[in-house]
Design a protein around this ligand. Structure first.
Ligand code: FAD
Length: 436
């Protein structure tokens, strides 16, 4: 029987009660493969709409994948970014897509309250800290986001950033996005699972789907120990693909990314560096994201690579990243570090749709899955339960082949190029600033 990976989140989980594995034949109206937030939100969305006989099959444990081990930033927008979406599908279509993520944010907040999900504290606001000297660009984006997406960003000049928010030699100015927040992702997953179960959803853990027969009206989904016969099927396996759905699996690349938590840090020392309780990220392609945890710990996340083996020196690598930003914290120690897989499509957007009649999928949430898995859950639940057609908004983002091993090589080359460009730009900006 598998358990959660060793992480700060598993250590502080509100529960760790295993659910049974699938045994024998079970009939369902909807069977969902994957118990991450995409699958769980779909199950809860369906149950809230009155659908019964819903089954979720999870290979390991609820929230065992990316959904239960991530940075916990709950924001709006998609991993593709609004700029890229506007270029691809135009402003109006992007606004409609973006609005779904704003609705999702409100729904997450209301579900936390309604189902008493203990995933706090949930401090308000994400702070973007810029490695580049680009205040005009930032203000332009703030105005554009307010006018076109109704998002409220506050520009934070560099002196104020250092005094009130975070004091690092690598940052120039900042941008505070209010209304978005942070949560304990594993506890949120567990809460959504419990909420779905309270409405009759049946969740099986340690039930890896090995064969999917999705061509028939009564589709069959098999594990080593059982079979689910179902009218409708939803596949949401994120970056943890095992070949049971080759067409879906081939359309994404799993990308590994890392999180570290520190031992408790002396309050005065911590306060001299990270002064606020907002979730903080920076503006590079390969960004750091972090925040203060309870008991003086820091959670620090970052990096992304198509090489999926966990580095041996993960703790020291992540601590090195932290100390580049906050050299004054030298001497603090890492407590735990882990990796997880995100799933990315070539177009960097969610892939969501109907593969065959009654065979649905949602994947490719990238590094921005906390809000967008709720979008997917709601859109799929609306489509299945009510024939709602919102899912057509995702049709332009197809299941293009992600390139297999060639996609990996291309992706790594691209990543190194963009990282080199970011370092050069940040270095030049700092040099110019030092010269006055
Ligand atoms: C380290 C890290 C940090 C991140 N930080 C953030 C963040 O701060 N904010 C944010 O918005 N997003 C973040 N993300 C991204 C976010 O976590 C993901 O986009 C999101 O969780 C994807 O959800 P999912 O349900 O698609 O996939 P997952 O959560 O990975 O769930 C997929 C599930 O499917 C199961 N599965 C796989 N194959 C089978 C099978 N054959 N049968 C049954 N079950 C199967 C897996 O066991 C897994 O539990 C981060 C991701 C990582 C890895």
């Amino acid at each position: 029987m598998s358990d959660y990976i060793e992480s700060y989140y598993a250590q502080t989980a509100t529960e760790n009660e295993p659910r049974p594995a699938l045994e024998g034949m079970v009939k369902a109206s909807v069977c969902i493969v994957g118990g991450g937030l995409a699958g769980l939100n779909t199950a809860l969305g369906l149950a809230e709409r009155g659908v019964r006989d819903i089954v979720v099959l999870e290979a390991q444990r609820v929230g065992w994948g990316a959904s239960g081990r991530n940075g916990g930033f709950v924001g709006t927008g998609y991993a593709a970014g609004d700029d890229r979406l506007i270029r691809q599908v135009g402003l109006k279509h992007t606004q409609e897509l973006h609005a779904l993520t704003v609705d999702a944010l409100h729904l997450i907040k209301s579900r936390i309250a309604k189902y008493n999900i203990e995933c706090g504290p949930n401090p308000d606001g994400h702070l973007g800290a810029s490695w580049f000297d680009n205040p005009d660009e930032m203000k332009e984006w703030r105005d554009f986001a307010a006018e076109n997406f109704g998002e409220q960003y506050e520009f934070i000049p560099r002196e104020r950033l250092r005094e009130e928010f975070c004091d690092s030699p690598v940052y120039f100015d900042g941008m505070l996005h209010r209304g978005v927040f942070w949560f304990h992702p594993l506890n949120y997953c567990l809460g959504v699972a419990r909420a779905a179960e309270s409405l009759g959803v049946k969740i099986y853990e340690n039930s890896a789907v090995t064969v999917i027969d999705g061509d028939r009206a009564d589709k069959q989904v098999s594990t080593d120990t059982g079979v689910v016969e179902t009218d409708q099927l939803v596949v949401t396996v994120g970056g943890y693909v095992n070949g049971a759905a080759p067409q879906l699996n081939g359309a994404i690349q799993p990308v590994a990314t890392y999180v570290m938590t520190t031992e408790p840090v002396d309050e005065d020392l911590l306060q001299s560096a990270i002064k606020c309780h907002h979730a903080i990220y920076d503006t590079r392609f390969s960004l750091d994201y972090y925040r203060r945890l309870e008991n003086g710990r820091i959670l620090w996340g970052g990096r992304g690579t198509l090489r999926l083996n966990e580095p041996d020196n993960l703790k020291s690598m992540m601590m090195g990243d932290l100390l580049k930003v906050y050299p004054r914290l030298a001497g603090i120690r890492a407590e735990s570090a882990w990796q997880g897989y995100m799933s990315y499509a070539r177009h960097r957007m969610i892939q969501l749709g109907e593969l065959k009649p009654g065979y649905w999928y949602a994947q490719g949430f990238g590094g921005q899955g906390m809000g967008t898995t709720t979008v997917a859950g709601e859109v799929l639940a609306g489509a299945i339960a009510e024939g709602d057609e919102t899912w057509h908004l995702f049709k332009p983002f197809g299941l293009n082949w992600a390139g297999g091993p060639f996609g990996k090589i291309y992706g790594e080359v691209l990543r190194h190029r963009v990282q080199a460009r970011d370092s050069a730009r940040a270095g030049l900006d700092r040099l110019h600033a030092a010269q006055g």
